[in-house]
Design a protein around this ligand. Structure first.
Ligand SMILES: Cc1ncc(COP(=O)(O)O)c(C=O)c1O
Length: 237
């Protein structure tokens, strides 16, 4: 049995988040269980990303099978089975190829780098109300002044324009300068705001005409959460 935590243990963690409530020691389905045994219905669900719930048998069995192999970390330099199998499954569902990484912000940073390298251009266009993560480039594309201000200057060359404004987007997305446009088909932190299908269809067309990468940030709304594999898939039918 482990020793109980003290106040000193709690303050050992840097206070970058204002944590609330009791100390949780277990989870079951949609409930969290505190150290005194009280069960709480968790409406936060990992900020909407733990769609399978706590202690899902699917995740549990996969994690146990992975531990049984004894392979903990082998670097990106060796082939191992789980990454290749996951990539193949994702490719079957979504097409394309897969870049595995550790977080949503890192996925977006990776997408910006792919876009710059592919387009040989540098600028990025993002939208009002957006949230794309807390790393330097993803924060530069995030419309949250309170998150941005302490860390400025952020990555240059990123414009944030009004969401849904076709005229502003036509001016901002150019063949000469724009490497990528990044958009959440349904904004999460921005307040569960759906982007109009016509605007997504317009962006697809404008990006194709100007050789610009169109990045759909579906960290919150993808992988079936809106009832289709990609939230950006709704406008295509
Ligand atoms: C739309 C969106 N993109 C990116 C991120 C960043 O993901 P992470 O916290 O895993 O870096 C989030 C996190 O909430 C998000 O909602």
């Amino acid at each position: 049995m482990t020793t109980p935590l003290t106040t000193a243990d709690a303050t050992a963690l840097l206070g970058v988040y204002a944590r609330v409530g009791p100390l949780f020691v277990a989870g079951e389905g949609s409930e969290l269980i505190a150290e005194d045994g009280t069960r709480y219905l968790d409406f936060v669900a990992g900020i909407a990303v733990n769609a399978l719930g706590y202690n899902s048998p699917v995740i549990r069995e996969a994690a146990l099978r992975a531990l049984d192999t004894g392979l903990i970390h082998v670097s990106n330099l060796y082939r191992t089975e789980p990454g290749e199998r996951l990539a193949a499954e994702l490719t079957k569902a979504f097409g394309g190829q897969v870049f595995l990484c550790n977080s949503g912000a890192e996925a977006n940073e990776g997408a910006f780098k792919f876009a710059r390298k592919w387009s040989k251009k540098t600028e990025i266009v993002a939208f009002s109300g957006s949230f794309h993560g807390r790393l330097f480039a993803s924060l530069a594309a995030t419309d949250r002044p309170d998150y941005r201000r302490p860390f400025e200057p952020l990555l240059g060359g990123v414009q944030i324009i009004p969401l849904g404004d076709i005229e502003a987007a036509t001016r901002a997305i150019t063949k000469e300068r724009t490497a990528a446009v990044i958009i959440e088909p349904v904004q999460g932190e921005g307040g569960v705001r759906s982007v109009a299908d016509e605007f997504l269809v317009f962006l697809r067309k404008r990006c194709s005409e100007t050789a610009t990468a169109l990045i759909f940030d579906e960290v919150q709304c993808g992988l079936g959460r809106t009832g289709t594999r990609r939230a950006s898939g709704w406008g295509r039918s």
